[in-house]
Design a protein around this ligand. Sequence first.
Ligand code: PGA
Length: 231
Amino acid sequence: MKLPIVAANWKSNKNVDEAISWMRAFAMQFSGFGGQVIICPPFIALASLQREILSNNWGVWLGAQNVSAFESGAYTGEVSASMLKGLVNYAIIGHSERRRVFRESDRDVTAKIKMSLKNGITPIVCVANEADIGEWRSIPEASSNTIIVAFEPVSSIGTGSADSFEHAREVTKALKAMLHPWKEVYILYGGSVNDENVSSFTSHSEIDGVLVGGASLDAGEFMEIIRHATR
Ligand code: PGA
């Protein structure tokens, strides 16, 4: 994996036309990056963005914002990992908004991680603290797979008040130790990341990248974050 990882979580924002406009505006300014850029738009925009990215050979990757805990079948409204296979390389799982608003449990998160891995999708699992590391810490699939974990303190999400690098580094260290059963672990920081504070997280090798919400919605602003995401 190329580092730092800079991932965009658009949440429930943008229709297909808006997503395509964002991508074109972003690509006009994007002239390569030493790390890995991952865009996580809503499901409805994935296919169009994939076409744009592949036909223009832009070096960015796509991720889903969620994935079903079920394989396939009678689960109205669910988007399964096998449906996302070939469309995305990554999937955000267990975001604090999903845990809070949709009551996602550790069991759900574990099932979603397993479904993603089975379909060749690397999970980006969000945790608010060490207590959110659950059953999935040591599933049998761990020893042969890569996991990305985003440490996102709830008090920093969408508040404009990012965590300190020192605290984020401390938690990152603890998370890496807890996740030793996994073959490969990358830890991101998320919560009010912007172009002014991003380098305080990415310039140290302890943190592998950032997950950006609000500040990723504007292509120019997100580009500035990438420019400042120095290693
Ligand atoms: P924020 O969101 O950057 O708007 O704080 C981050 C996230 O929820 O992933």
